[in-house]
Design a protein around this ligand. Structure first.
Ligand code: ADA
Length: 582
């Protein structure tokens, strides 16, 4: 199953070698200038898509505008969309010389409809994407230059052209109502012309009976203004294999309506946060894994499919049943692989220590809530996703933060009332927003950002800190919510071996993470543990130079090329059976 199947419709891939023009940093990006900027570009080279222009030799570190161009063919279909799975930082989309969209939400999946004069015609059309990776709090406020991960410029994920019939299914959301008996609810949105006919369904190729539960008009007809329809389907006991990390069974739902047909992978599973535990299919489950950035020296965030699979296998091999997609919407192909490999996911919209100026910025608040809703809409059907997050380490001790968290919690619960929500806080015990989420997640770095300056190897802080957090949550009346240690870790420079085991040595990181894992195994009050982080990744130097040698975040258990450090083997030795024990 490749990423293009994940769209309900069959999509024609536009991945490949696009033409490339570097326009530099003094381009006029006002809306009225974009079509002429696209038209004037002189294409002297190529860029592989998915790919980042600032990963290409000669463009490392470049900040400015690039124009990339390809073509796609239509055959007279009534409608169609060009679907982007994620790019950064900012883009303008121009089709046959006409500006059809601008996009200011890095890593967000989005689609642009074919403009009139293209839809319904047959021929070859020009697609130009103007990409800009400069920081601009007015144009793209979601990405800041103080985030602890490098902001690249490129098309990070696959691009496809999806032809559509006059009446089509634009969204299909599948959720599990119950596992015994197995029953799902299918919610769909109709696009294009309205149709009265009733869709037909098949599960794993077998015809399936559905009961419509949509609200209907008094005479039983569909309300003309209502483009949404909802159905429930029971799935035969023998065929209804549940999704879980141990047995990640996937099913396929095919929906036919008029001339449209969609196939949607889904999993049968329920997830809840209750009485201090996470319940998967009604049974308590503990979570262990890593925070993972989408990053690589050669590709930036535009990772090839093989690298996504490689990362998942490395995490599973060390016992992980869980991954936090830190700190932005994930690649649909990665989520597809997590479904298939049985790795549960915490997915979140972009964020890194947002503060008062963000909470009170209407443009920022609009965009981050849009990204949250679009991420959920695009990824709703992945059974591996068991929780939604947002706003990593926002200043949630400041009064202005509460309205922002309330808005994001409302956006999330509206888009998906069925999954628990959380955010990773670094403000305990002064956090004023933890009552707004279902799962309490705390980032903490005992033994690394050590509190005892004179302590040479402050590993003893780890137990003290975890005991303090568990007690503190109880004191604040939060013990009825599951508690995840959402970040904890230590840095190591790959290859730096030190018999004294001092900071930055592989020995210290291995000793540190072994203690963290031992504490987690011993303290079942901790529902989940996500180590920071899976692989080293580029960040920024300058002000951070002393804490980010090489201008990298070096807390990976593998380096940026996925070469294992001693900590990887130490964690694997201790945790490799964890997946099977849950
Ligand atoms: C924070 C942040 C991470 C990373 C980490 C670190 O917890 O959420 O993205 O910056 O600190 O390495 O210090």
């Amino acid at each position: 199953m490749n990423t293009l199947h994940y769209r309900p419709h069959l999509t024609r891939s536009l991945d490949g070698s696009w033409e490339f023009a570097w326009l530099g940093a003094d381009i006029d990006l006002r809306e009225e200038a974009l079509e002429s900027v696209a038209a004037a570009a002189e294409y002297a080279g190529t860029l592989s898509v998915p790919g980042c222009f600032d990963c290409m030799p000669g463009y490392e570190g470049a900040r400015g505008t690039a124009a990339i161009r390809t073509t796609f063919e239509t055959s007279g279909e009534a409608a169609g969309v060009i679907a982007f799975d994620g790019l950064g930082i900012w883009a303008a989309i121009v089709i046959d010389g006409r500006l059809v969209a601008t996009h200011a939400k890095p890593y967000s999946p989005f689609s642009v409809h074919l403009p009139s004069g293209v839809a319904g015609t047959s021929g070859v059309h020009e697609l130009v994407v103007l990409l800009d990776n400069r920081f601009d709090s007015r144009r793209s406020p979601l990405q800041e230059n103080y985030f602890d991960f490098y902001a690249y410029g490129g098309i990070f994920r696959p691009v496809g052209y999806t032809p559509l019939p006059p009446a089509y299914l634009s969204d299909i959301a599948v959720r599990t109502i119950s596992t015994r008996p197995a029953a799902i609810e299918v919610h769909m949105v109709l696009g294009g012309e309205m149709v009265e006919s009733t869709p037909t369904f098949a599960v794993d190729g077998e015809e399936a009976t559905a009961t419509e539960t949509s609200a209907r008009a008094e005479d039983g007809s569909q309300r003309p203004d209502d483009r949404t329809r909802t159905f429930t389907l029971e799935i035969d006991g023998a065929a209804a294999r549940l999704w879980s990390p141990a047995e990640p069974a996937m099913h396929r739902l095919t929906v036919r309506l008029g001339r449209d047909e969609c196939t949607v992978p889904f999993g049968i599973r329920t997830v809840e946060a209750r009485d201090g535990e996470v319940l998967l299919n009604g049974d308590p489950i503990r979570l262990f894994g890593w925070n993972r950035h989408e990053v690589h020296p050669q590709f930036g965030p535009a990772l090839p499919l093989a690298q996504l699979e490689h990362d998942i296998r490395l995490m599973k091999r060390a016992g992980a049943n869980f991954v936090r997609g830190s700190h932005y919407p994930q690649d649909d192909r990665f989520l597809d692989l997590c479904d298939q490999h049985g790795v549960m996911v915490w997915e979140e919209s972009i964020g890194w220590q947002q503060k008062r100026e963000h909470f009170t910025n209407p443009s920022y608040q609009r965009l981050i809530n849009e990204q949250q809703a679009e991420m959920i809409r695009a990824h709703f059907n992945h059974p591996a996703i068991i929780m939604w997050g947002f706003q990593n380490e926002l200043h949630s001790d400041e009064p202005e933060s509460r309205a922002a968290v309330e808005a994001l919690a409302r956006t999330t619960r509206t888009a998906d009332p069925y999954r628990p929500i959380t955010f990773a806080s670094m403000k305990f015990p002064h956090d004023i927003c933890l009552d707004l989420v279902d799962i309490v997640s705390l980032n903490t770095y005992p033994g690394w950002y050590a509190s005892e300056a004179d302590e040479y190897r402050p590993i003893g802080e780890i137990e003290e800190r975890l005991v303090y957090l568990i007690a503190g949550l109880k004191e604040q009346g939060l013990a009825d919510k599951p508690f995840i240690v959402s970040e904890i870790g230590a840095g190591a420079i790959y290859g730096w071996r030190d018999p004294q085991g001092s900071h930055w040595s592989e020995e210290y990181q291995a000793d540190h993470l072994e203690e963290v894992c031992r504490q987690f195994l011993a303290r079942t009050e901790i529902t989940g543990l996500a180590l920071w982080q899976f692989s080293d990744g580029r960040t920024y130097g300058s002000a951070r130079a002393l804490s980010r040698p090489r201008s990298f975040n070096n807390k990976g258990v593998v380096d940026e090329y996925r070469r294992p450090k001693r900590a990887y083997d130490r964690v694997r030795k201790l945790m490799s059976r964890f997946r099977d024990s849950e």
